[in-house]
Ligand binder design. Structure first.
Ligand SMILES: [Zn+2]
Length: 314
């Protein structure tokens, strides 16, 4: 059993997951709770509780926890560990100094970043992006987020919006988006929006998974909708391929499992929009997401930040 460990936390709109992770990315134990299990506005209490459970596990294993990394669904001032105003899925955390709060409660260094930045670090360090110097991760779930790692550095942007690839407009007269914009990639491919469009068109409540399954079974309305999803995703991925031309592009998130069988169709759409040679030189992969990859990302964030903040020896 390794003696050093890290705690990775994925703070989502519906679930908070935490994991005790080794420096090599092995997940030794996991815990999770509904985000608002103690009532509205109690996300921080849930975070502290799942961290405490992982701490107890660490003590039982004889593992010393050296840092805590937390991913949140919004923009973050990663230097200070303060959450931005654009956190639509856990609104009570807008402006919250989460890193300082958790560090005060635990006495351990804490780092906070956007959840898909964290996921990208995890995939780059331990997962499907291992070995790539220029990696882009697009996570399609309840919302759509992105993470960009170039020359081994996370591209956070000047105001923390670096990698907000779910909110690139792909239709200038398009659907209204949660971000206040319109026609964003997110409004055509997120699980929430696929379910919403399916529900509107079928005139009964369906989930995104229902839409993909019914399309597969030959339902014409769902087939049309899935064709639109492939086309929208082709356009969105072309923004990444043409705009960044990364070495590797990983599509993951809760919807990735439904997208995996459509890989060829999505690629055909991509060919309509992307430079041929940009597309040829970018390796694209659809990788279904597990809870392990998100908590492992938190551990990767701790190691990335520890390294980045180390004062160089003169
Ligand atoms: Zn948007």
């Amino acid at each position: 059993m390794p003696k050093r460990g890290l705690i990775g936390v994925d703070l989502g709109g519906s679930v908070v997951a935490a994991g005790l992770v080794t420096p090599d990315g092995d997940v030794l134990a996991q815990a999770q709770d509904p985000t608002h299990t103690r009532g509205p506005g109690t996300a921080v209490a849930t975070v502290l509780d799942v961290i405490e459970r992982m701490h107890q596990t660490a003590r039982a294993f004889g593992v010393t926890v050296e840092g805590i990394g937390i991913g949140v669904p919004g923009t973050v001032d990663a230097e200070r560990g303060v959450i931005g105003r654009d956190i639509h899925y856990v609104p009570e955390l807008a402006g919250a100094p989460l890193a300082a709060t958790v560090a005060a409660a635990t006495g351990i260094p804490v780092y906070v970043d956007n959840d898909v930045n964290v996921l990208a670090l995890g995939e780059g360090m331990f997962g499907a992006g291992q070995g790539a110097l220029f990696l882009v991760v697009l996570a399609i779930g309840t919302g759509v987020g992105g993470g960009i790692i170039q020359d081994g550095r996370l591209v956070r942007g000047q105001g923390g919006f670096g990698g907000e690839l779910g909110h690139v407009p792909i239709n200038f007269d398009g659907r209204a988006c949660i971000c206040g914009g319109q026609g964003c990639l997110k409004t055509y491919v997120s699980g929430t929006d696929i379910a919403l469009m399916g529900t509107e068109r079928l005139k009964r409540n369906v989930s995104a998974a229902d839409v993909f399954r019914m399309a597969d079974e030959g339902n014409p309305t769902c087939r049309d909708l899935v064709t639109e999803v492939c086309r929208a995703l082709g356009a969105g991925l072309a923004v990444i391929v043409n705009g960044h031309n990364p070495e590797r592009l990983i599509v993951t998130g809760g919807v990735a499992e439904s997208l995996k069988p459509l890989e060829l169709r999505i690629h055909t759409q991509l060919q309509r929009y992307a430079f041929e040679r940009a597309l040829d030189s970018t390796r694209i992969e659809i990788v279904p997401q597990s809870k392990q990859s998100t908590v492992r990302g938190g551990a990767a964030l701790v190691q990335y930040e520890t390294e980045r903040r180390r004062v160089p020896i003169q």
